[in-house]
Design a binder for this molecule. Structure first.
Ligand code: DX5
Ligand code: ZN
Length: 229
């Protein structure tokens, strides 16, 4: 299994001072920046695009940027995110007419491709695509908003995908996204995730005036994962 990564979702960061907020979570031990892209079409919300990704790179953020595309169609925007400094680019298979082509497009643009499955979406497209993904992302909420409740049937799905990855012998990250917090992250780790997105649990932790609030919550998340191992 790959090394555990904590990826705060900047959807819950302070957009008025995004660069500083991202710098602060990385300085506090976060491994990766989870970057939620919503188009008010595939999901009923509208967020950020390649310009903001580029702005984070220009600001000096060097951590991997994990772009989660909740957009339809997908392909047009991929080169823009690659040029803007994305590391991973994940998309929902039902948002692409040609899943294999989109995966290849991400790779051809120098990024690492991922497939995302909503809570009720079956894993069918993995059957022929697993050899071409670097990440599998399971949604544990319906995509579109931060701060929703973790859908517990995702634990069973995590175990299923963990078994598929182990059986494949491939180096594929297994990421969980939605409603992850201090109470459930241990069970999520036990079910097989190695990459943990947390939006409100990280950026909403503690008191704004406490300079150590991110250190504290990221430390606690990491401890809870370690205890589950
Ligand atoms: C939901 C997004 C998530 C979300 C996670 O569509 O993909 O990344 O921001 O936020 P929390 O951790 O608050 O559920
Ligand atoms: Zn996300």
């Amino acid at each position: 299994m790959k090394q555990d990564l904590i990826a705060p979702s900047i959807l819950s960061a302070d957009f008025a001072k995004l660069g500083e907020d991202v710098e602060a979570v990385i300085a506090s031990g976060a491994d990766m920046v989870h970057f939620d892209v919503m188009d008010n079409h595939y999901v009923p919300n509208l967020t950020i695009g390649p310009m903001v990704c580029q702005a984070l790179r220009s600001h000096g953020i060097q951590a991997p940027i994990d772009v989660h595309l909740m957009v339809k169609p997908v392909d047009r925007i991929i080169p823009d995110f690659a040029n803007a400094g994305a590391t991973y680019i994940s998309f929902h298979p039902e948002a692409s007419a040609h899943v294999d082509r989109t995966l290849q497009l991400i790779r051809d643009n120098g990024c690492q491709p991922g497939l995302v499955f909503n809570p009720a979406t079956p894993l069918d497209s993995l059957r022929y695509a697993i050899h071409n993904v670097d990440m599998i992302l399971l949604m544990s909420v319906n995509p579109g908003f931060a701060g929703q409740k973790f859908i517990s049937t995702t634990l069973e799905k995590l175990m299923q995908v963990r078994a598929m990855i182990d059986e494949s012998g491939l180096e594929i990250r297994l990421e969980i996204d939605g409603g992850v917090n201090l109470e459930n992250i241990g069970a999520i780790a036990q079910a097989g995730a190695d990459t943990f997105v947390a939006g409100s649990a990280v950026f909403g932790a503690g008191n704004d005036s406490d300079p150590n609030r991110y250190d504290s919550v990221i430390g606690q998340l990491r401890t809870a994962i370690a205890q589950a191992r």
